[in-house]
Ligand binder design. Structure first.
Ligand code: PLP
Length: 384
């Protein structure tokens, strides 16, 4: 499809894989040495590279971020009937593993500084549910870290396990500490649209040696130490493939470069949209985000119909008609049919509903040229 503006001829994606030569090299090595399974140098090296980069002790490479969350839920001892306090505005993968174990999610509203879990609403939820709370799952949306110092302090005080869902925030940091190291268990994703990809894949990261040993055990069908196949626990087939690890290993060498390019995209939007009634997704000065996705909110008095106004839906459909992908903000979990019967805790009524109703994720693809991005900016301007 040809666009009417600059004759840009291809689809502009939200966030697609951005691949280099190293990925081919490590995948080829796996072929050449016949390490074509869930064991091999790419897996070991990826785990070592991630732990030394994050400054944490142990990691297990798994088949997806969702698998890493499920293993975290198991390691936290979450069982049927337990309460798990979860980010409300996030991707459903943050919460599905709670349902796998028949535990009960309770959703915690976001705050405006980071769009992530509001610590004061979290404290309210911890008081409300008391000893029934087993764990907290807090996500770092769009590459902006949550206020993890306050959240982890609350978890310590109330003696609950913290699982940090850093699927979107690898390479970001908060108060000088890397995203994906604040929880008792932390998860990363190498899905195709994340800041680096393995085509798929994920990782669980922790300073708890026994927990990561258990993660490796559970993710390889929970085989007891016996000469025959003996099992005393339910196991899973969740280990990462050495081919996937080859791609992720190559990508990892470009993580800082990707972060720099993502920040440039965010800055270009900020400058390009400055004369419109639009705000970029915020981050506090204590945070160094990876800018995985550049997002906007339309100012409240400019969101709607009429002269000088626009809506996320209008911008999204206008872009879509020109073969440009954008995406609504994650729809809050408490508004999902799947969670119609779950509780939702807020300290500032409906913050994330407000962000959802005025917000949009803009194309943040590393393959997008500056010219293409300027074209996107021009189209957004034409929507007001
Ligand atoms: C992508 C994502 C996940 C899931 O990761 P997969 O590797 O796709 O299973 C979990 N949580 C959040 C917030 C995500 O964005």
């Amino acid at each position: 499809m040809k666009n009417e503006f600059n004759g840009i001829n291809r689809r502009i994606w939200l966030s697609s894989p951005f691949i280099h030569e190293e990925e081919r090299k490590y995948v080829r090595e796996a072929f050449d040495t016949n390490w074509m399974s869930t064991v091999g140098a790419n897996i070991d090296t990826l785990e070592n590279n991630v732990t030394s980069y994050l400054g944490c002790k142990y990691a297990a490479a798994l088949s997806s971020g969702t698998a890493a969350l499920h293993i975290s839920v198991l390691l936290a001892g979450i069982k049927q009937g337990d309460i798990v306090l979860c980010s409300d505005m996030t991707f459903v993968a943050s919460v599905n593993p709670v349902l796998y174990e028949k535990a009960q999610p309770v959703f915690v509203d976001s705050e405006y500084d980071t769009w992530n879990m509001d610590p004061s609403a979290l404290e309210y939820a911890l008081k409300k549910y008391g000893k029934k709370v087993k764990a907290v799952i807090a996500a770092d949306l769009y590459g902006v870290p949550a206020k993890m110092d306050e959240i982890s302090e609350l978890c310590r005080r109330y003696n609950v396990v913290l699982i940090e869902d850093a699927a979107e925030s690898l390479s970001a940091s908060y108060k000088g500490r890397k995203s994906g190291t604040f929880g008792d268990f932390n998860i990363l994703s190498f899905n195709g649209n994340k800041i680096i990809t393995g085509t798929s894949g994920g990782m669980i990261v922790s300073d708890n040696e026994n927990a990561i040993k258990e993660a490796k055990f559970l993710s390889t069908q929970a085989r007891d130490a016996a000469p025959w196949y003996q099992h005393s626990k339910v196991g899973y087939n969740y280990r990462m493939s050495n081919l996937v690890a080859g791609v992720a290993r190559g990508q990892f060498e470009h993580l800082e470069e990707h972060k720099r390019l993502k920040k440039e995209i965010w800055e270009r939007y900020k400058t390009g949209l400055q004369n419109l009634p639009i705000e970029m997704n915020p981050f506090p000065k204590e945070a160094d985000p990876n800018c995985w996705l550049s997002c906007i909110t339309i100012d409240p008095d400019a969101c709607g119909e009429g002269k000088g106004k626009s809506s996320p839906n209008k911008i999204r459909t206008t872009l879509a008609n020109l073969n440009i992908e954008s995406r609504p903000i994650w729809k809050p979990m408490h508004l999902q049919p799947l969670f119609a019967h779950s509780d939702y805790i807020t300290s500032n009524a409906g913050t994330d509903e407000d962000i959802f109703s005025r917000g949009l994720c803009l194309p943040s693809d590393l393959n997008m040229t500056e010219e293409e991005q300027n074209y996107v900016i021009e189209i957004i301007g034409s929507c007001f």
